[in-house]
Design a protein. Structure first.
Lengths: 155, 155
DNA sequence: TGGTATAACATGGTATTTTATGGGATTCAA
DNA sequence: TTGAATCCCATAAAATACCATGTTATACCA
C-alpha cells in the first residue's frame, strides 16, 4: 500500500544572495517521511522549475522503458531532456536547498520563489510569472469545464 | 470494503482573530476514524471554501497521473489549479483548524463560518451568503424539479 | 418521566514549538 | 587563496499545542 503524499498549496519564499531557498515545511515532511530526495529540472513547457520525488523519476524511467520501443527516437529525446537536466537537491538542517544558476535563470527567479503544488509534482515560479500563469489557467479551465469530470470518480 | 462517511448538517461556528474555527465534532469523528486529514481549497464556482478528505485528492492525483500522458497540457493546468490551491488542515486537541487568509477572503468570512455538509465534501460559507445561496438553490429546485439519475450497481 | 450527574463541545486565552531567513564560520576544491 | 558550497547559530514571526471556562447535550437513576 502506498502512503499518501501530495505536494499542495502555493508558498512564497525568499531566495537569498547565495541562492538559498527554504523548501516549504510540508514538502520537507514528505521527503523525510518517505526517506527519499527532491529532484528538480527545467520544465519542458513553462518558464519554471519542476520538482518531484526521486521515486517518481524512477517510476517514469521504468514506464518509458516499458512503453515505447527501446530504440525509439522519442524515448531518446525525452530521456535526454529530463534525466540530463534533473538534479538531486537535499536540504540542510534549516530546511533550505540551493538552486543552481541554470534553474533560476530558466524560471527567471531573482529574490522570491513561488512553490506551487501539483500533487505528485510541484513547480517553482517567479512571482509575477506565476500570477499571470494562474489567471491564464483559471480562464482556460473555466472555458472547458468538462475536463473537470475526472473528479467525479473520486470514491 | 468501504466505510461509510458523510459530511452532513449545517453548523455555525465562531472564527476568532487568528482565523481559528472549531471543525464540527461529526466531521472530526470522520477524520479520526479514517485516520486521514482534511483538505480545503477555494471553490471554483462559488464564493465559499470547499473541503474534503485527503484520500479523495490522492485518488484524483492518481487518476490524473494515469489518465493522461506525462506531458499533457490539460493535466498540467488541472493539477496546478487544484493542488496549487489545496492545503491540509489538521485540528488541535480542542478540535480547531486555522483557515488561511486567502480562503477566508475568498469566502468573505469574518467572525462566523457556516459548515454545510455535501456528502463526500463540505463547504464553508459566510452566514449571509449561505442564507442567500440556500434560498436560491431551493427556488431553483422548486422551479425545475430535479432528476437525480442514479446508476444502480454493486457498491 | 423528571431531575441530576456527567461528558462533550465550542471558544477565549496563553505557552511552546516550528519555520523562514539573515549572518557568520568552516570546509572544500580549483 | 579565492570563491563557492555547507554547516551552525540567532531571531522574529507564525503556527501549533495546551489549559481553562461556560454552555449544551447526553447518560443515568430514582
Amino acid at each position: 500500500m502506498r502512503k499518501i503524499f501530495l505536494f499542495m498549496d502555493t508558498i512564497f519564499n525568499k531566495v537569498d544572495a547565495k541562492g538559498r531557498v527554504s523548501l516549504p515545511a510540508d514538502y520537507r515532511a514528505i521527503v523525510k517521511e518517505l526517506s527519499t530526495e527532491i529532484v528538480c529540472y527545467r520544465s519542458l513547457t513553462s518558464p519554471c522549475i519542476e520538482g518531484c520525488l526521486e521515486d517518481s523519476l524512477d517510476k517514469l524511467a521504468t514506464e518509458i522503458e516499458n512503453s515505447t520501443d527501446f530504440f525509439s527516437e522519442t524515448q531518446d529525446n525525452l530521456t535526454n531532456l529530463i534525466f540530463g537536466d534533473a538534479k538531486r537537491f537535499s536540504f540542510d538542517s534549516t530546511g533550505r536547498i540551493m538552486l543552481t544558476e541554470k534553474l533560476l535563470k530558466h524560471a527567471n527567479i531573482k529574490d522570491t520563489a513561488v512553490f506551487v503544488g501539483k500533487g505528485r509534482k510541484f513547480q517553482i515560479w517567479n512571482p509575477e510569472n506565476w500570477e499571470k500563469e494562474e489567471t491564464r489557467i483559471r480562464a482556460e479551465v473555466m472555458k472547458n469545464r468538462p475536463s473537470l469530470k475526472i473528479q467525479k470518480d473520486a470514491e
